[in-house]
Design a protein around this ligand. Sequence first.
Ligand SMILES: C[S@@+](CC[C@H](N)C(=O)[O-])C[C@H]1O[C@@H](n2cnc3c(N)ncnc32)[C@H](O)[C@@H]1O
Length: 286
Amino acid sequence: MNSLNIYSDKGVVNKYHLSRNIPYKILANYASQIVTNTSPRSLCDVGFGKGSTLIPFARHKETRVYGIDSSEEMVSFVRNELSKRNLFAKVIDADAKFIEPFIGELDLVHMKAVTHIPKDPYKFLMDVTRAVRLGEHFVIGKENSQPEDNMENIGKYGLSHQEDFVLKNFYEEYFKIRTNDGKPFRKPKMPAGDYDEAVRFLTERDFVFEKEITTPAWTKNITLSELVEAISEGTFTVFRKGCSQLDRKDYAKKMEAYCHAYGYSLDVKRPYRAQLKAVILRKEAK
Ligand SMILES: C[S@@+](CC[C@H](N)C(=O)[O-])C[C@H]1O[C@@H](n2cnc3c(N)ncnc32)[C@H](O)[C@@H]1O
């Protein structure tokens, strides 16, 4: 099991849904915009997780669709989901750094919410983008959807979205607890909820910026109880990296106590304005 990839853990995969659901019509819109703008004959979704983008990509029958993910659990989950829907995609259980030797060149490689996982995201990006055929596309997505991921960017955005102030207080308290415990959260070089660094890195090399696409926004309703459970189970890298299982249980208890102390109901649905975006890059010889 790859210790950096928390999604190799069956417990995490079973609780993956906590605070992560995205309406299918948003995902379908996202996949369609990418396909319409690039017309790929072949595409690969790297680190497809539970298939949130791989499944809508697979509905584009004119494109040969591949997926590569290094979690055996995710791979078997998605194979099953595809077959339930009578869809086909060639799904490969492997580290995406081997995408090019395994699949060869592709017209489009897509990735969302993966770059925060590898130890060296720069090398990972180089390995993954090697599979993009010259003149064709690498697409990197992000979610203004998971406040957990946006918290990785707290220094950058200061949570300036239109989230409920209780959510903001909740996350600030969580990070304070970790800092006070001597296990501060360290922002990844390429956070899950942000692609700017990846785009900068690639456009200084073999890629040119072509377009940014944006889905319609939707309101995500989040309860503090699901966040406390996600902290306890460590179902997001942000909640797991740098802390032990015992720490996680302790932080979850402290967060629950914090909510009680401030009269924040654990079960009230709190609105969060969510949206998906992606940057389309084209590979060029420089
Ligand atoms: C946070 S999930 C994101 C899933 C999906 N892309 C999404 O946006 O919903 C990250 C996924 O990347 C996979 N992953 C992490 N490192 C990987 C690697 N080196 N090669 C292939 N997959 C990887 C994990 O197994 C997990 O399924």
